[in-house]
Design a protein around this ligand. Structure first.
Ligand SMILES: C[S@@+](CC[C@H](N)C(=O)[O-])C[C@H]1O[C@@H](n2cnc3c(N)ncnc32)[C@H](O)[C@@H]1O
Length: 271
């Protein structure tokens, strides 16, 4: 992990690890049933949960009767996962250089992890390497703003008000593998059977306690967008905050906000 983007991500996740669960997991957990279901996780299967964070995918895998192993590059996340699920296996390590032998798993799952990896294709190739023949790889990534109302609000606010030239290390696109065709190409190049690919878009409702919650979540408990926000002038930051809060108003329902958030749920078999 010597590249600048990986270092930026690693520092970021170590900083926000103890906030991730309370701030984001009410959103990201909603996609786990789709991911585990689409990957057809079955009893006794060995399943690798990459970028496991607090360990919710591993827990869902265990509840499906399979045997999970979780891996994350953040020591703090691994400590949290071990505390939350003391009877499950978690280890620290990089998605781009998995410390496992070839062909040991029936399934590899990544819930909202690939977009944080400096070379997502390397993450896909590693998933393929550790899968048994015919095994399946499943992952989620955020859908782009045009199909994702929550992302659209942040995207528009940043586009309108942010200074993008603030020296952030270059990373993969925020909306990774935004088209079915691109996704299939990448998966074919990294060892998968492109014809077996399932590429679904799922939308969930994220319930927020107030219109200001999303901005504060991004600024205080995020990594990539937080990196951009903390480098803005106070005036720009305030304009972004106001734009996000205004954008969210149309999703207010009584005292809370119900914000639609969409992600791709992708599953593919090893060639
Ligand atoms: C958005 S969180 C998702 C956590 C979990 N999968 C979930 O669904 O709750 C992203 C996770 O990816 C991890 N991560 C980012 N880059 C990684 C890498 N190169 N290798 C392993 N883990 C990584 C972070 O530490 C963080 O826990």
């Amino acid at each position: 992990m010597h590249d600048q983007f990986s270092q930026f991500e690693h520092e970021g996740w170590e900083r926000v690890a103890d906030k991730y669960d309370s701030v984001w997991s009410s959103l990201t957990r909603q996609f786990i049933p789709y991911l585990v279901g689409a990957a057809e996780v079955r009893t006794e299967m060995s399943v690798l949960d990459v970028a496991c964070g607090p360990g919710y995918v591993s827990d869902a895998v265990r509840k499906a009767g399979a045997i999970p192993k979780g891996i994350d590059f953040s020591e703090k996340m691994i400590a949290i996962a071990r505390t939350m699920f003391p009877d499950l296996f978690f280890v620290q390590g990089d998605a781009q250089n998995l410390p496992f032998e070839d062909a040991g798993f029936d399934r590899v799952l990544i819930n909202f992890g690939l977009l944080h990896v400096s070379q997502p294709e390397k993450g896909c190739a590693e998933a393929c390497r550790v899968l048994k023949s015919g095994g399946r790889f499943g992952f989620t990534v955020w859908a782009g703003p045009e199909e994702n109302p929550g992302a659209m609000i942040v995207n528009d606010a940043i586009k309108a008000h942010a200074d993008m030239d603030v020296g952030l290390p270059e990373g993969p696109p925020h909306y990774l593998y935004g088209s079915r065709h691109e996704c299939q190409n990448v998966l074919e190049q990294t060892g998968f059977d492109g014809n077996s690919m399932n590429y679904d878009t799922r939308t969930v409702e994220w319930r927020l306690p107030s219109a200001s919650y999303f901005f504060h979540a991004e600024r205080d408990a995020g990594v990539r967008t937080a990196g951009l926000l903390v480098r803005q002038s106070p005036e720009r930051l305030d304009a972004i905050r106001v734009a996000i809060e205004n954008g969210i108003q149309r999703y207010a329902r009584g005292s809370e906000v119900v914000l639609p958030m969409a992600a791709r749920v992708v599953v593919v078999s090893k060639a």
